[in-house]
Ligand binder design. Structure first.
Ligand code: CA
Length: 233
């Protein structure tokens, strides 16, 4: 069955677009955009399954593209391509709702692995799923069919990564996971670099959305020096 997923590549360097397209087209349908405005339009109108998004782009930069997408409620996985090693760029991208980032220069193998990992998360979603939401404590409930989290029956707007992190922690209440564990389990990476800060940023964003007082979390707790866990019931 031809159910190829669609990858939108937003990047102004043609040589990079070409190499990505060449490698990804074997497995995915490819859309391309060479500036931020075209990229945003393609993302909004053509509904890709994943976006590879450069930061430094003509017209609108990648951060803004990501911000607008999230503001409009689009939860498509976004992988930021950052030319700089700077931690600031990575964190800023994640703060704005990106799911992941890749630092240029990248290996094609790494890109392929990350695209696959990010798409795999979304294909777990069952199409028309309703089903009942299961209470997980703290006034929160989760519907793993529709992949929604509710707080006192009101749906919370989570990115896919935030959902994944929450679902994983909530499925294992009281179990403390190191950031490396979470990278492996939630981000599907079989290795751990200095990327563990990604976990911290995502936990912070999640707390802002689900905790009554994000500064004093009661649901997703830190075990200092060890990791994070869900307090649950
Ligand atoms: Ca660029």
């Amino acid at each position: 069955m031809d159910e190829k997923k669609t990858v939108l590549i937003v990047e102004d360097e043609k040589s990079i677009v070409d190499i990505l397209q060449y490698n990804l087209k074997k497995e995915y349908k490819i859309l391309t955009a060479y500036d931020g405005e075209a990229g945003l339009n393609a993302a909004l109108n053509q509904k890709p399954d994943i976006i590879l998004l450069d930061v430094m782009l003509p017209k609108i930069d990648g951060f803004e593209v990501c911000r607008v997408l999230r503001e409009k409620g689009h939860n498509v996985p976004v992988i930021i391509l950052t030319a700089r090693e700077e931690e600031d760029d990575k964190v800023k991208g994640l703060e704005l709702g990106a799911d992941d980032y890749i630092t240029k220069p990248f290996s094609i193998r790494e890109v392929m692995a990350r695209v696959k990992a990010n798409i795999r998360r979304t294909t777990a979603m069952s199409p028309g799923g309703d089903g009942a939401a299961a209470a997980v404590g703290g006034g929160l409930s989760i519907n793993t069919n529709s992949r929604q989290v509710f707080k006192h029956d009101t749906p919370i707007d989570l990115t896919q990564r935030e959902y994944e992190l929450f679902a994983f922690l909530a499925a294992n209440p009281g179990t403390v996971f190191s950031r490396s564990d979470l990278m492996a389990q939630v981000w599907n990476y079989g290795y751990v670099g200095d990327d563990v800060r990604t976990v911290d940023v995502t936990v912070r964003r999640l707390r802002e959305k689900i905790e009554n007082d994000p500064a004093n979390p009661a649901l997703i707790l830190t075990r200092r020096g060890v990791g994070y866990y869900f307090a649950g019931q």
